[in-house]
Write a protein that binds this ligand. Structure first.
Ligand SMILES: Nc1nc2c(ncn2[C@@H]2O[C@H](COP(=O)(O)OP(=O)(O)OP(=O)(O)O)[C@@H](O)[C@H]2O)c(=O)[nH]1
Ligand SMILES: [Mg+2]
Length: 302
């Protein structure tokens, strides 16, 4: 049987294997992914980002429970940042979702790009696409807000939550430019801690000054279920109100995906070519010149 057939038959091992192949940038994925892409899409993709330890996974754990209570299927993708120091996952216990370990309608997976080409977004985007076509109703994507990853999650998610904690109150001013662009909804998590009201007010002030008063700011606490229920309701409110915009964003993304894929494969080819020529020259311009001689500018795709 083919990848596609197995996938259509809802074989979880095939799903997991395809995600791994995407992480590895394996050329065999393009064929099955092309077929799978044409299947109907129906999932809502919720992204969450925020500083390390902001309680994102804890929050998602509760989301999973609430979504399961509605009898919907839910998948979680935790995007492992590639740490320049460890070269791999930042933390081993990023996924605090063991409550749902035995539920077949909950799929939990971390994706790591292990410093390969394509950045976080390509493998994650493909992972989300696979989970969507596989039949999950809701896909939750967690990224740690360090560097580029929080920007990438926005490209993939229908709605993006930025989680902050009271401890970050003083840093809001410094953060504001970046995070205002990213967040559809702000979460002040760990609201049981000192300073939650202050950060909430600061955020609302910044939003007001920036003309973004409509961006919701919600406080959540892990041991107060009603706060998380309200947040999920706000997320649903947002996706319902923004249906058209979300659809447009998804349509626009088709070209973005094609471009990302092309960049990935072309860069990969170029990298392989370069490696095989590297030892013959210590001058980078010589290497590029040799490449240009083999593929004169403008001829690579003619
Ligand atoms: N006081 C308090 N602690 C919380 C709350 N939510 C989570 N925590 C704690 O914060 C710590 C980090 O929680 P995680 O859910 O792993 O945070 P995270 O943002 O997913 O962390 P990374 O994935 O490592 O960036 C854990 O010890 C949680 O128990 C909360 O509402 N209040
Ligand atoms: Mg986490």
């Amino acid at each position: 049987m083919s990848w596609f057939e197995d996938f259509k038959n809802k074989d979880l091992r095939t799903l997991a294997r395809l995600i791994t192949l995407c992480e590895d940038g394996d050329p065999q994925v393009i064929d099955p992914l092309g077929e799978i892409f044409s299947m109907p899409s129906r999932a809502t993709v919720i992204g969450i980002t925020g500083p390390p330890g902001a309680g994102k996974s804890t929050l998602l754990n509760t989301f999973v429970r609430l979504i399961r209570n509605k009898n919907q299927k839910v998948a979680v993708l935790a995007v492992d940042p590639v740490s320049p120091f460890s070269g791999g996952a930042l933390l081993g216990d990023r996924i605090r979702l063991m409550d749902h370990f035995n539920d077949p309608n909950v799929f939990i997976r971390s994706v790591s790009t292990r410093g390969k080409l394509g950045g976080l977004s390509l493998a994650t985007r493909q992972g989300v696409m696979l989970l969507d076509r596989f039949g999950f109703d809701v896909i939750l994507v967690e990224t740690v807000g360090v560097g580029q990853s929080e920007v990438d999650v926005r490209k993939i998610a229908d709605v993006t939550l930025v989680a902050l904690v009271p401890e970050w109150g003083d840093s809001i001013q410094a953060l504001k430019a970046g995070i205002l662009e990213i967040a559809d909804i702000f979460v002040v998590n760990k609201a049981d801690r000192e300073g939650a009201d202050r950060i909430e007010n600061e955020l609302k002030n910044i939003l007001h000054i920036s003309g973004k008063d409509s961006t919701p700011v919600l406080k959540t606490t892990f041991n107060d279920l009603s706060t998380v229920e309200k947040l999920l309701a706000a997320v649903e409110g947002y996706t319902n109100a923004q249906k058209e915009q979300i659809q447009q964003k998804r349509e626009k993304a088709i070209h973005e995906i094609a471009l990302e894929l092309m960049e990935f494969w072309v860069l990969r080819e170029a990298q392989q070519w370069m490696r095989s020529h590297l030892d013959k020259s210590s001058n980078p311009y010589e290497i590029v010149k040799r490449f240009q001689k083999k593929f004169p500018p403008g001829t690579l795709f003619s």
